[in-house]
Design a protein around this ligand. Structure first.
Ligand SMILES: O=C1O[C@H](COP(=O)(O)O)[C@@H](O)[C@H](O)[C@H]1O
Length: 260
């Protein structure tokens, strides 16, 4: 697993634009090398800000949208089309405006989907979908995602892995139902840390002063059960993309040498 690297931008708008440009490059490179690219999306303010910035980026036309697989790191377990669902917000921010192949858009199940209101069954169905997409060369139950993005909550949660809840301790399953989440809605579906760590690159996005403490805790040696963001690592790269406010609690020795 890779050690965290940090990039600090002036403000959240610039962070979203720079991350969008970075994502375009990764997708284009993966498509050139392997024909397709796979990206795991995150919900939340920073994830949606990045998607909106991607939609306005002139280079977005460099992406072959029809050869892009989209997955989600977590979902709020609500009915299809609910405005609080991460997929609904991602569609609004970008996905409805680009020519994706619908068969490659792997939304997590909704609470009125085939598994009904059973979040554990819905999580198992998503795990099966991931397993079916994994190729022999992935050597595991999920594809080696090119980029997996995660928002970081003020309590250090990533995806729907909240501090001390059972989901963050999961070591076998790749997707779990989450019950009693402290942030609404209480029922969610989430990739687990082992699934997250299958990604080639993991990007953690945090902007704003309300994230400063979480960033500081996660990067200062906390355990992953107490600070789930600390356990999110990519095989080749773990990149923290921050704005100055979110980085403001970090000690100087953790900051990149040339940051303000
Ligand atoms: O509920 C969620 O929150 C986190 C963080 O969101 P933010 O708005 O504080 O950035 C998000 O990453 C996750 O996908 C989402 O379900």
């Amino acid at each position: 697993m890779s050690a965290p690297e940090l990039v600090v931008h002036r403000d959240k708008e610039l962070m979203a634009q720079a991350a969008a440009a970075r994502l375009i490059t990764r997708i284009v490179d993966a498509q050139a090398a392997r024909g397709t690219a796979s990206v795991v999306l995150t919900g939340g303010r920073n994830g949606n800000g990045l998607l909106a910035a991607l939609g306005s980026a002139p280079a977005r036309d460099a992406v072959d949208w029809s050869r892009l697989d989209l997955w989600w790191g977590d979902e709020r377990f609500l009915p299809d089309g609910d405005p609080e669902r991460n997929v609904t917000q991602a569609r609004e921010a970008l996905l409805d405006r680009v020519p994706l192949d619908p068969a490659r858009v792997h939304a997590m199940p909704a609470s009125d989907g085939p598994q009904g209101a059973d979040a554990d069954a819905a999580a198992a169905a998503y795990a099966a979908e991931l397993a079916a997409a994994a190729r022999p060369e992935d050597h595991g139950p999920v594809p080696v995602f090119d980029v997996l993005m995660l928002g970081v909550g003020p309590d250090t949660h990533v995806a729907s892995l909240f501090p001390e809840l059972p989901a963050v301790r999961e070591t076998e399953r790749t997707v779990v139902g989450v019950h009693g989440a402290p942030k609404p809605p209480p029922t969610r579906i989430s990739l687990t840390l082992p699934a997250i760590r299958a990604a080639r690159e993991v990007w953690l996005l945090a902007a704003g002063e309300d994230k400063a403490e979480a960033v500081q805790i996660a990067l200062s040696g906390a355990g992953e059960v107490q600070a789930p963001a600390a356990g999110a690592r990519g095989r080749a790269r773990t990149l923290w993309l921050l704005d100055a406010a979110a980085a403001s609690g970090l000690p100087r020795d953790l900051l990149p040498p040339h940051s303000a």
